[in-house]
Ligand binder design. Sequence first.
Ligand SMILES: *[C@@H]1O[C@H](CO)[C@@H](O)[C@H](O)[C@H]1NC(C)=O
Ligand SMILES: *[C@@H]1O[C@H](CO)[C@@H](O)[C@H](O)[C@H]1NC(C)=O
Ligand SMILES: *[C@@H]1O[C@H](CO)[C@@H](O)[C@H](O)[C@H]1NC(C)=O
Ligand SMILES: *[C@@H]1O[C@H](CO)[C@@H](O)[C@H](O)[C@H]1NC(C)=O
Length: 350
Amino acid sequence: MIATANSSARVKMLALIFLLVVLIMVYPRSAQAGSRIRIQSWNLRYDSMPDDITVGETIAALNSTVPIDTQTTYYSNYTEQPWSTRRMGVKNEVLFNEVDLFTVNEGLHRQVEDLKELLDMPYIGVGRDDGAQAGEYQAIFYNPDSIELLSNDTFWLSNTPFEPSKYPGAGSYRSCTVGYFRTKKGGTKFVVINAHLDDQSDDQRRLGAALIKYRAAYEQETKNAPVFLVGDFNSQVSGETNGAYEITTGKLEFSADELNSTFVSKYSHLDTGFEFLDLIEQTPVENRLGNLATFTGFKNNADSFSRIDFQFGGNSGSWEAVRYKVGDNWYDDSYYLSDHRPVISDIFLG
Ligand SMILES: *[C@@H]1O[C@H](CO)[C@@H](O)[C@H](O)[C@H]1NC(C)=O
Ligand SMILES: *[C@@H]1O[C@H](CO)[C@@H](O)[C@H](O)[C@H]1NC(C)=O
Ligand SMILES: *[C@@H]1O[C@H](CO)[C@@H](O)[C@H](O)[C@H]1NC(C)=O
Ligand SMILES: *[C@@H]1O[C@H](CO)[C@@H](O)[C@H](O)[C@H]1NC(C)=O
């Protein structure tokens, strides 16, 4: 009797240990110790129809009556609306996603200030035309409940990166914002770079990508922290103008000799083969959702749709892409919130 009881207890104990081992093995890494961050990046479309309608006036004018569905013509209005109209949808889209970081391209001063008020989130970044409030911001908003800002700066994607400047032949001044952050929960440090490459000059896009990659390699090496790059590349992963994507992902070389020498010496680092990995590819296929194209224009057909907005992570091996989604910018009884769609990803920082 006693021997039987002992061996049955041993069997139970072995079964329990086996169960524990199986549980540990199948338990998702994203639920274990470490930090998970959600980053939403979105080219907002600049405020091309400025008005002086305040946020309070927009809210007061909202119609709380729910339309009758049978009387609604779905996807009827695709024309661009003023920012004063679009901002409520943008704000709700970001809040609903409960993001830790929200990055914008094309945000004019009024737009980033509106979002600061509506989202109750601080932001970093400066206007690209003067390094203060003029021109578009590549802003990075962060949730102060979950994320702490350690340092930040802006540099220009030109031959003179430390001053507001335009690359010869580019359509506009082009800048990027660099933020060094720490998660409040796990205390994990990471860097986010938010960039917008030129729409007219492929040479600018290549130079911009090379400057960013050079800086990112320095950040990863000196801070020993993962680096994420987000933003609008104004170019795709394939075709004749995909140099920026190829340089970013390490498929094409760009010599540091062609970069501003002050920049090169300031951010000098060992050649450790730094490159960025596209988060959509890094995310397990079963965890990807949503659209492929990120640019839609204000169109009611897909003729000009393209994937030009990206999120990347540096090849530090210290993070894992958990989920990836290209969201919506046009709801069925509504209007386009922007001519781009938001990109949203969950990243586990190990
Ligand atoms: C509010 O929406 C309802 C339902 O779509 C519509 O019948 C009504 O005319 C709207 N009111 C105003 C003031 O726009
Ligand atoms: C679509 O939006 C534009 C801009 O606000 C407006 O002028 C137009 O009347 C709208 N069209 C329809 C069909 O609602
Ligand atoms: C972020 O950058 C702004 C503008 O250069 C600067 O005023 C601010 O002190 C910086 N914040 C941190 C925490 O580095
Ligand atoms: C590098 O950029 C700085 C300012 O951004 C500028 O003063 C310097 O002349 C540039 N160097 C070269 C070689 O162009």
